[in-house]
Design a protein around this ligand. Structure first.
Ligand SMILES: Nc1ncnc2c1ncn2[C@@H]1O[C@H](COP(=O)(O)OP(=O)(O)OP(=O)(O)O)[C@@H](O)[C@H]1O
Ligand SMILES: [Mg+2]
Length: 275
């Protein structure tokens, strides 16, 4: 069983309000698709659920299986079964990919995973996401192509077998075949019982996942929630459709030019040009 409940979540970063009262529930084995214009808080929401310390929760609650997620450390959240596949996966030179996966699996289990079992799981996972097994000897995402990084995130999800998988624009950078591979992997993981929060800008990808709910995040709030018709209408008519149907204005970024600091290099360039 897994249920994520987000109540009236307000979040700030660098004193800037990003999330302004998110209410959202992901029930057991549900796949909730999230879309919304750039910069309106989708990645912020997933990062806060995972526990990125950059973000400050100023109000609200996140409950997972009835437990207060906000009181847990990142590794506790991971051990509870929460997983985040990054929009921009980190490259970590010096960290061998298979060592990283072995350490991650061992951290999730009471007993260390036998080497042969790990090897087989990794080999099968690589086959599922069509990544060359040799890549597991390379450093984590180091020099991986955009599509390889995304498939590596899915491989990590398959290995960790999370209760709740949050996938942030996992489809971006994937070629048409890789899109099908990733979509199939998500569907299979859902059949195993996982719940999902999937962020994407593309209705074709979202619809291939047959979401149970589609939620749109605008201005740091859930502007509307419903079925696949929402992503279809947005694909056809843009976010203007949300404005027209729900009467929600899409707030523009306030510009604060006075606060922009010019970096040292830019300053040097200006001095050089003025000579
Ligand atoms: N450290 C920071 N300082 C100031 N603003 C930040 C910081 N981190 C994030 N933001 C801002 O928070 C807002 C929300 O960002 P977020 O990454 O959640 O958007 P998003 O909805 O995922 O967009 P996209 O579709 O482009 O991925 C953006 O305006 C972003 O610039
Ligand atoms: Mg994002």
């Amino acid at each position: 069983m897994s249920e994520l409940i987000i109540k009236n979540l307000h979040v700030e970063v660098e004193n800037k309000k990003i999330l302004k009262g998110i209410n959202l529930t992901v029930k057991n084995n549900e796949l909730v698709a999230i879309l919304g214009p750039n910069g309106h808080g989708k990645s912020t929401l997933l990062s806060v659920i995972m526990g990125n310390p950059k973000y400050k929760v100023v109000e609200g609650e996140i409950l997972f299986d009835g437990e207060n997620v906000l009181k847990m450390s990142v590794d506790e959240r991971s051990k509870k079964g929460i997983f985040l596949g990054f929009q921009n996966p980190y490259e970590i030179p010096g960290l061998n990919t298979s060592d990283f996966y072995k350490a991650a699996l061992n951290a999730h289990e009471e007993k260390r995973i036998p080497l042969f079992k790990f090897y087989k799981a990794l080999e099968n996972g690589c086959k599922d996401v069509k990544l060359d097994f040799d890549m597991m000897n390379r450093n984590l995402n180091d020099g991986f192509s955009g599509g390889e990084k995304k498939r590596n995130e899915i491989l990590q999800m398959l290995l960790l077998n999370p209760k709740l998988a949050m996938l942030d624009e996992i489809d971006s950078g994937l070629d048409v075949d890789a899109l099908n591979i990733v979509s199939d992997a998500i569907t299979k993981q859902k059949e195993k019982g996982s719940s999902f929060l999937v962020v994407s800008h593309y209705d074709k990808f979202l619809n291939s996942l047959k979401p149970d709910k589609v939620a749109v995040i605008i201005n740091g709030r859930v502007a509307c929630i419903g079925g696949e018709e929402i992503s279809k209408n947005i694909a056809s008519f843009g976010y203007h459709w949300v404005k027209k149907t729900y009467g929600i204005e899409i707030e523009k970024e306030e510009t604060s030019m006075n606060q922009v600091s010019i970096g040292v290099c830019a300053t040097k360039e200006i001095i050089k040009d003025e000579k």
